[in-house]
Design a protein around this ligand. Structure first.
Ligand code: ADP
Length: 257
């Protein structure tokens, strides 16, 4: 398949992207990328034109979670424009498909690279661009927020207390940058076995965050082997099992953004 070409006569980059959504967490491994990818495909299922930008240079997740036919991003040598690849109708850009060794770059170089990749990609006409932030609240995250006017942020956390402290930092960062946090996702919140609900990491951090920061939506996802297996298998759960209760919870999140 050919890379997607910009529509003639229209400016490229982000100029025809209506809403840019940040999916952020301050710790790694809480399920931020899983949430970002499934949120994006849910928005697509709701009828929107959607793209995903995987902003993690050091540990890109998108290439593990979706399996597009074209696995190298093409660049126009004259204009330096990058063409997203595509899977199930969603446009995708990740450093994992950029073919550059970036593991030893310093922060300022990484910030510049992310900014360039995000703004020079030919996103075309999109209703939503979901940006999967790298974990943390440092220079890279700040640069991202200063590059694009995000219309909303989704904060992903797990129930552990440490995650709460870090997440509060993330919410304050978005507040300072006047990006509304529209939802907190409490991921790996519980699991169900023999008809009972267990909370192995404790309870209440999502509620505390929602209350303390006045966030309008709290959405919980259980520990779900299917969610992990779908991610590892290159097909997001909402694509492989659109009628599951988890997909319904993603619809709730889709409605929140
Ligand atoms: P992050 O982006 O925060 O580093 P990932 O989305 O990469 O986290 O998730 C880390 C791992 O946890 C992945 O293997 C993913 O499949 C798994 N995972 C995420 N959410 C859940 C969940 N609710 N239940 C089971 N496994 C999950």
């Amino acid at each position: 398949p050919k890379p997607l070409l910009p529509q003639s006569g229209r400016p490229g980059g982000l100029s025809n992207v209506r809403h840019v959504i940040a999916v952020s967490s301050c710790k790694g491994g809480v399920g931020k990328s899983t949430v970002a990818v499934n949120l994006a495909y849910t928005l697509a299922q709701m009828g929107a034109k959607v793209g995903i930008f995987d902003a993690d240079v050091y540990g890109p997740s998108l290439p593990l979670m979706v399996d597009p036919e074209v696995k190298v991003l093409e660049m126009d040598p004259a204009t330096k424009a990058i063409y997203p690849t595509e899977y199930e109708g969603v446009k995708l850009v990740s450093f994992g498909w950029a073919g550059q060794g970036s593991a030893i770059m310093r922060g300022p170089m990484v910030s510049g690279l992310i900014q360039q990749m995000l703004t020079t990609a030919e996103w075309g006409d999109l209703d939503y661009l979901v940006v999967d932030f790298p974990p943390g609240t440092g220079d890279i995250q700040l640069t991202l927020c200063q590059t694009v006017a995000f219309s909303a942020a989704v904060i992903v956390t797990t129930p552990q207390k440490l995650a709460f402290i870090d997440v509060a930092k993330g919410i304050r960062m978005f507040a300072r940058l006047v990006v509304p946090c529209v939802a907190v996702v409490e991921n790996m919140s519980y699991f169900e076995a023999e008809g009972k609900r267990f909370h192995p990491f404790g309870q209440g951090s999502g509620e505390r965050i929602q209350r303390d920061f006045g966030l309008p939506n709290l959405i919980r996802f259980p520990i779900l082997p299917d969610l992990s297996a779908a991610g590892d298998g290159g097909k997001p759960l909402v694509v492989s099992s659109p009628a599951s209760p988890t997909s319904a919870a993603f619809m709730e999140l889709g409605a929140a953004v």
